[in-house]
Design a protein around this ligand. Structure first.
Ligand SMILES: Nc1ccn([C@H]2C[C@H](O)[C@@H](COP(=O)(O)O)O2)c(=O)n1
Ligand SMILES: [Zn+2]
Length: 170
């Protein structure tokens, strides 16, 4: 605390608050922590142009398909891997939204959208993707996503964290 010569407290404006990007990516990261995927946890947070959170999601098995009864393998017989079954974070966030149109919204996602989610993002009218990781950048599905985003006028940019940690004090 600081005081003026009369001993009166000088109030300082707080500067250590989260930016909108940090806040929404923080929500996406927290949502990802709900995923049972032992290899890649993904979280997504949909936000409107007034910075209101519309929906969140994470990668998980469809409702009624119990996590413990489903395969989480990455390799092997296709039917015995997770890929045919798991619902991606972005798609869950889109489907979890019960409020009408997502036109003009942006999506904060911890991993760059695959081609299937890219289609859903475009078709639901969202206009911007802010992503954290792009670990499958060289895969055809990501190349296809970027090709579609470019053609459809959906902007995408990498989230650049100021710090590597977001602290939660409970
Ligand atoms: N944008 C994305 C990309 C992937 N996912 C999900 C789908 C799987 O659960 C996992 C990827 O598994 P991996 O091949 O890395 O073992 O992430 C998603 O939700 N959104
Ligand atoms: Zn996807």
């Amino acid at each position: 605390m600081f005081f003026d010569p009369e001993g009166k407290e000088i109030r300082m404006k707080r500067t250590d608050y989260l930016s909108w990007d940090q806040y929404f990516m923080g929500v996406a990261l927290l949502s990802a922590q709900r995923s049972k995927d032992d290899h890649t946890q993904v979280g997504a947070c949909l936000v409107n142009d007034q910075n209101k959170i519309l929906s969140v999601g994470y990668n998980g098995m469809p409702t009624g398909c119990h996590d413990d009864d489903m395969p989480w393998e990455r390799e092997g017989e296709p039917l015995d891997t997770k890929y045919f079954y798991v619902c991606h974070a972005e798609l869950n966030a889109i489907l979890n939204y019960g409020g009408g149109s997502l036109y003009g919204a942006r999506v904060y996602v911890t991993l760059f959208p695959c081609n299937e989610c890219a289609k859903a993002i475009i078709q639901s009218g969202m206009k911007e993707v802010i992503y954290m990781q792009d670990k499958y950048a060289d895969d055809d599905m990501t190349v296809a996503s970027k090709r579609m985003f470019d053609m459809a006028g959906v902007k995408y940019r990498k989230f650049e964290p100021k710090d590597q940690t977001i602290e939660l004090h409970l």
